[in-house]
Design a protein around this ligand. Structure first.
Ligand SMILES: N[C@@H](CCC(=O)N[C@@H](CS)C(=O)NCC(=O)O)C(=O)O
Length: 202
């Protein structure tokens, strides 16, 4: 299989982490894609032009990080990244959605930050900064929830990839006032899969 990525995409990073955590390196080849340019050859492979994109051995392609992560988690019949049923599963999925909501806002903020200064929207940046503040405040409490402290799961991978966008958003200073979240992030960031997929020196 081929996994199309860009080095800076937090969504692609989530899948790269799953590849490493599940030991799938020999089954999944990581391929760099050229996104956001006119006439990229990548558009012939994935017409949406987005990453991550998994091109399976049967020739079928899959978009969406959460879907690809779940597919890879279940590939060899030993899924571990989501509890399988009952209240714990719903709580894990609720927290995953909460982490995804933070990540989606930060991805907009990071994209805006990367534009030339004259093309940035101060309104969008203010909106996303305020959302990130509210949501990291919420996570400072939510991080103590039981299921998030179990084995590594999709919610934790999503949250850690979101928080690590501090490297791309200079004004996203989430650590201040969030000591529990900071301590949790330190443990996750030390995992080999996170270090190996970091876009800046660990
Ligand atoms: N919901 C998608 C988001 C993917 C996404 O937005 N990827 C960005 C990179 S972070 C992308 O490929 N952008 C290129 C483009 O919009 O053309 C997922 O979870 O995979």
């Amino acid at each position: 299989m081929k996994l199309y990525v860009t080095p800076g995409s937090p969504y692609a990073r989530m899948v790269r982490i799953v590849v490493l955590e599940k030991g799938l390196e020999s089954q999944v080849e990581i391929v760099g894609a050229q996104t956001r340019v006119t006439d990229s050859p990548y558009y012939a492979i994935n017409p949406s032009g987005r990453v991550p994109f998994l091109l399976r051995d049967d020739g079928i392609g899959m978009e969406e990080s959460a879907l690809i992560c779940t597919y890879l988690d279940e590939l060899n019949g030993d899924p571990v990244l989501r509890p399988s049923g009952g209240r714990d599963a719903w709580e894990a999925r609720r927290l995953e959605a909460l982490a995804r909501s933070l990540l989606d806002g930060l991805a907009v903020w990071a994209r805006e930050t990367a534009r030339p200064e004259t093309e940035r929207s101060p309104r969008v940046i203010l909106h996303e900064r305020a959302r990130a503040q509210r949501m990291t405040d919420l996570w400072e409490t939510a991080i103590d929830g039981a299921s998030i402290h179990g084995g590594l799961d999709m919610g934790q991978i999503t949250l850690a990839c979101a928080l690590d966008l501090e490297g791309r958003i200079p004004d996203f200073g989430w650590r201040s006032g969030h000591p529990r979240l900071d301590a949790w992030f330190g443990r996750i960031a030390a995992r080999p899969s996170f270090r190996a997929t970091a876009t800046r020196p660990a």
